[in-house]
Write a protein that binds this ligand. Structure first.
Ligand SMILES: [Fe+2]
Length: 480
């Protein structure tokens, strides 16, 4: 546990000193965050506008950290938010099909937790499953708002989001994925702003986004976490996550206090596709024509464990005529040539030799992981390390290659002094850590139709390099 927790340790075990460091870094980033929000055209969504994610906890019960998630049901979306203090009535959500007519309302389920250094945590997490009329077509734009616990009514602005897509082969689908984000260490806030702007430019085309573990980096040292970091993360993500459902996988930096903050603050689909799923740690969902299986590399996964049995059943049960594309998500990578923990992600290592073999046998198309704060993607490769196809068009187009492409997209904004092993393994196709002196941060996007899947890596906007938002650094296409 200590070793895992120390992986991205922030350089001090003194929590007070750490808190001061975070505050200083946050102050330095604040002007930039406000400028980025301004430049991206982000609307101010509430009293916690895009530039206000560094704000401390309030005391009056205003709603903040709003995000939506898929539920597994076609006409339901889960909305979650946080309040601090306030003496008023319980929070509620209101929703409808026109911004001015939010006729459906429900009182929120409230929960909380109190772990962490420097005073624990004293907010309230609110959850409502918004159920829309079943006659609405898939992808209908719907509207919602949430209220806080203020002495007098206090509501968020009205947000809009699209209902889930129809599940089926013909549904073109867009899913954004990345891992290892954080807030001000140093660029998670910038990636979040870029993701929000990209989702807005896509104008409803993004079906979901999925962070593949190591979300907020609230942890410090091996055993302690400072919960206000989670609040900063929640505010940072709001602008993106009110407009596109946010799904999550668990990373080693969620483990503090038995994963308490991760479990309480986020949702995984309530309707599991196969029995034995563990909602927050191993679960699956369908989005359009993609089946996403999310595993936990922070829990036992070898043959004989409950997770392995569930993964085997889930992957085997996928109906490829319904969801032709199969994506496996994990935090720790299966195959990568990052020097960090190198022997854990090479052929023969436990993860690739167990779940990796399951994935390849099940015909998984893509495996998307993080943990290494770099970008790397392989050629279609069997768990043995054998490359099955070098592809056409300089290795960017693969026709039914018969093996997964393994991706590390730990580029969400957290820093670590990564380096590459040499020589480059024959299965490694593209690896990116720095361009010039700049570390590359960004996110991946999967776009599918019935017969093709395109993956693109988008570099987040950064003032020190040209190219602007959504500068694409890697791209490949799988053809069925
Ligand atoms: Fe990690």
């Amino acid at each position: 546990m200590t070793k895992k927790g120390a992986r991205h340790s922030l350089g001090t075990t003194d929590a007070v000193e750490y808190a001061a460091q975070v505050e200083a870094a946050a102050a330095a980033a604040a002007a930039g965050a406000a400028a980025a929000a301004e430049a991206s055209g982000a609307r101010t969504t509430s009293s916690l506008g895009s530039g206000d994610w560094l704000a401390g906890a309030g005391t009056t019960g205003e709603p903040e950290q709003v995000h939506v998630a898929l539920t597994g049901f076609p006409h339901a979306l889960r909305v979650m938010w946080v309040t601090f203090g306030g003496a008023g009535a319980g929070a509620e959500a209101a929703w409808g099909t026109a911004p001015g007519v939010l006729a459906a309302t429900a009182r929120a389920n409230a929960s909380t937790y109190d772990v962490g250094i420097l005073g624990g945590w004293h907010g309230t997490i609110h959850t409502v499953d918004m159920v829309f009329p079943s006659h609405l077509p898939p992808r209908t734009t719907v509207y919602y708002a949430v209220s806080g616990t203020c002495p007098t009514a206090c509501w968020s602005p009205v947000f809009s989001v699209a209902l889930p897509a129809a599940i089926g082969m013909e549904t073109a689908t867009t899913l954004a994925l990345w891992g290892d984000m954080g807030t001000v260490i140093p660029d998670g806030w910038r990636v979040a702003a870029d993701v929000a702007a990209a989702a807005r430019r896509a104008d409803g085309a993004w079906n979901a986004m999925h962070i593949v573990g190591d979300l907020a980096y609230a942890g410090m040292g091996a055993h302690d976490a400072w919960q206000p970091i989670w609040d900063m993360f929640g505010r940072q993500m709001q602008d993106a996550a009110v407009q596109v459902p946010l799904m999550v996988s668990v990373g080693n930096h969620e483990e503090y206090y038995d994963f308490e903050a991760y479990v309480k603050r986020f949702s995984a689909p309530g309707a599991v596709l196969t029995p034995g799923a563990n909602r927050h740690f191993w679960y699956s969902y369908e989005v359009g024509n993609i089946h996403v299986t999310s595993m936990s590399t922070e829990h036992p996964y070898l043959p004989g464990t409950p997770q392995y049995a569930w993964l085997a059943a889930d992957l085997k049960a996928v109906d490829r005529r319904r969801t032709p594309w199969l994506v496996l998500v994990s935090h720790r990578p299966f195959l990568a040539s990052d020097a960090f923990e190198h022997t854990a992600h090479i052929p023969g290592a436990p993860l690739v030799d167990s779940v990796g073999r399951l994935a390849a046998a099940a015909g998984v198309d893509l495996v998307v992981s993080g943990h290494c704060h770099v970008y790397e993607r392989t050629l279609p490769t069997l768990p043995s390390g054998a490359v099955t196809s070098h592809g056409a068009a300089n290795g960017t187009v693969f026709h039914a290659p018969g093996a997964p492409i393994w991706i590390v997209a730990g580029t969400g904004g957290a820093i670590y002094p990564d380096s590459w092993v040499v020589p480059i393994p024959p299965w490694s196709a593209v690896r990116i850590h720095k361009l010039g002196d700049d570390i590359v941060y960004g996110y991946g996007v999967v776009s599918t139709n019935a017969t093709a899947l395109e993956w693109t890596l988008h570099r987040a906007a950064h003032s020190s390099y040209p190219g602007g938002p959504s500068h694409i650094l890697d791209r490949f296409t799988l053809i069925r």
